[in-house]
Ligand binder design. Structure first.
Ligand SMILES: Nc1ncnc2c1ncn2[C@@H]1O[C@H](COP(=O)(O)OP(=O)(O)OP(=O)(O)O)[C@@H](O)[C@H]1O
Length: 185
């Protein structure tokens, strides 16, 4: 059974970019966990595939029973990643990848998932700011919030919480390191 891999790093460091390359190179090898939610299914959404749809009562019970790695409430609905959802991916013979933030990393460390931790760092905060600006997805306010969160993430990485830190400077070089850590089960 393969160990789940937790990928974290400040927003804009290049996690999505590297994951996209990995999926293109190895189709059918990796999987993401299916989240739980109390929101209503939308047209075409399949229970157990898009989400595990559940009731507020059941969701709150699962929170009390500590079944979630992370959960949050957005516009009145609950969303969360359960420990079981991560194990289900490995049961299907896939390597589970978790793209989560620092709080998520801390929570996974408190479970029995026996995960491996990869941190993706930007070459500098200044480069990170430029990448977020040129991605064109941020307002001035959300940019500042992401930069502040990035400093906290980098400080946490300096405590040695991860098995591997990759600096995403040159994309091809970062991908080679990324791929090799992930394939090295
Ligand atoms: N090595 C690199 N050199 C230059 N630009 C890069 C590099 N890696 C990624 N980028 C660019 O930086 C921007 C942020 O990358 P990406 O969206 O993959 O970050 P992310 O970590 O997934 O962010 P989020 O957590 O907000 O989704 C993108 O525009 C991407 O094309």
């Amino acid at each position: 059974m393969s160990r789940p891999i937790v990928i974290s790093g400040p927003s804009g460091t290049g996690k999505s970019t590297l994951l996209k390359k990995l999926f293109a190179e190895f189709p059918g090898k990796f999987g993401f966990s299916v989240s739980n939610t109390t929101r209503q299914p939308r047209e075409g959404e399949v229970d157990g595939k898009d989400y595990h749809f559940t009731t507020v009562e059941n969701f709150q019970k699962a929170i009390e029973e500590k079944k979630f790695i992370e959960w949050a409430q957005f516009s009145g609905n609950y969303y969360g990643t359960s420990i079981k959802a991560v194990k289900d991916v490995a049961d299907k013979g896939l390597v589970c990848l978790l793209d989560i933030d620092m709080q998520g990393v801390k929570s996974v460390k408190q479970t029995d998932l026996n995960a491996r931790y990869l941190f993706l760092a930007p070459p500098s905060i200044e480069t990170l700011r430029q990448r977020l600006e040129s991605r064109g997805t941020e307002t001035a306010d959300s940019l500042e919030k992401r930069i502040a969160a990035a400093s906290a993430e980098l400080a946490y990485a300096e405590t040695g919480a991860h098995d591997k830190i990759i600096v995403n400077d040159d994309l091809e070089k970062a991908y080679t390191e990324f791929r090799s850590f992930i394939l090295d089960q």
